[in-house]
Write a protein that binds this ligand. Structure first.
Ligand SMILES: CCCCCCC/C=C/C(=O)SCCNC(=O)CCNC(=O)[C@H](O)C(C)(C)COP(=O)(O)OP(=O)(O)OC[C@H]1O[C@@H](n2cnc3c(N)ncnc32)[C@H](O)[C@@H]1OP(=O)(O)O
Ligand SMILES: NC(=O)C1=CN([C@@H]2O[C@H](COP(=O)(O)OP(=O)(O)OC[C@H]3O[C@@H](n4cnc5c(N)ncnc54)[C@H](OP(=O)(O)O)[C@@H]3O)[C@@H](O)[C@H]2O)C=CC1
Length: 271
């Protein structure tokens, strides 16, 4: 990631302040790298201090300084404390990328109330807390802002992940709604919906599911975190200044052809 080609010129993000949640691994890590190399001042967060430390030193080894603050986005006080650090450190915020999230694969019928709630808390309520805190900051400082919410392709549901399908659909319609409500505040709100992307997060999926992931789209391959990061940069930056309330699917065409079973394909649908 220290060397990889970047699709954008180095003007779009120079000196912009960007907050990326969940930056220590996967898509978030690609976002932190690409933004830091594009001249942005990057702030990130995650639950694990160890993972954040590893990210910080990896970037520092290449001359990039990243502010990485241990934060659980489900904790409103922690989110407020995270935002309070930014004006102090960087003076402003230009772009928020809500990437932190996740779920576990399980048949909907077996989900416990607490398991379902944990995923809604993480992906819908945590994301909302970050969105509203950012919007209040931009309103109170009378400055423009941009939000990108990393969601998932929910058009055909997400088999074996009903909790996250519900949470991501919630974020999508929340985003469409506030894209209009917050336009008078000069805040754009868009979503990027990744298809099946090869990241550390995949470790939690059963082998029989992982074997089939490449057939979830007509390109017959998994996506790369860098491909999602570049889409987030495009839609979050001034390159998309006339775009708000949009959902950009980056899924190798998986919305049109392919199957994704997060627990493996059941016999009933085989053949
Ligand atoms: C949109 C994706 C489509 C699928 C694509 C497949 C390709 C790969 C995709 C990815 O890699 S996506 C990113 C993956 N990364 C993650 O998911 C990491 C983040 N996830 C989590 O941190 C957790 O899973 C969580 C959902 C946030 C839960 O965290 P929390 O710390 O709150 O959990 P607990 O307190 O331990 O448990 C709460 C509740 O949830 C139940 N539960 C947790 N894990 C599982 C599990 N693996 N199976 C079943 N149930 C689980 C747990 O049992 C608790 O419920 P109760 O037992 O109290 O009823
Ligand atoms: N990979 C894929 O195929 C797809 C991914 N997505 C979504 O894209 C996003 C990134 O996924 P990916 O990179 O694959 O996954 P990873 O699991 O690699 O990364 C998720 C990151 O989010 C952080 N995180 C999770 N929950 C919280 C929380 N409550 N507060 C703060 N940080 C949190 C994690 O750090 P820590 O554990 O230290 O908190 C981790 O660094 C997620 O929202 C994911 O669901 C959507 C569709 C497909």
């Amino acid at each position: 990631m220290a060397e990889r080609r970047i699709a954008f010129n180095d003007v779009l993000f120079r000196d912009k302040v960007v907050l990326v949640s969940g930056g220590a691994t996967g898509i978030g890590r690609a976002l932190v790298w690409i933004l830091a190399r594009s001249g942005a001042r990057v702030v990130t967060c995650g639950r694990s201090p160890d993972k954040l430390d590893a990210l910080r030193s990896e970037l520092a080894d290449h001359g990039h300084e990243v502010l990485a603050v241990p934060t659980d986005i489900r904790n409103a006080d922690a989110v407020a404390a995270l935002f309070a650090q930014m004006p102090e450190r960087h003076g402003r915020l230009d772009l928020l990328i809500n990437n932190a999230g996740g779920q576990f694969p399980q048949a909907a019928i077996d989900m416990s109330a607490n398991g379902f709630r944990a995923v809604i808390d993480n992906n819908l309520l945590g994301t909302w807390s970050m969105m509203q805190t950012a919007a209040r900051h931009w309103r109170d400082t009378n400055t423009p802002g941009s939000i990108v919410n990393v969601v998932a392709v929910v058009d055909r549901g997400i088999l074996g992940a009903a909790h996250t399908a519900a949470a991501r659909a919630g974020v999508i319609y929340l985003s469409k709604t506030v894209a209009v409500e917050w336009m008078p505040l000069n805040i754009r709100v868009n979503c990027v919906a990744p298809g099946t992307i090869f990241t550390e997060g995949m470790a939690g999926y059963p082998e029989e599911a992982k074997k089939t992931f490449a057939r979830s789209n007509p390109m017959l391959r998994l996506g790369d975190p860098w491909e999602i990061a570049e889409a987030c940069l495009f839609i979050g930056s001034d390159a998309s200044s006339f775009t708000t309330g949009e959902i950009l699917r980056v899924d190798g065409g998986g919305q049109l052809w392919g199957e994704q079973w997060t627990q493996g394909k059941p016999d009933y649908f085989a053949g």
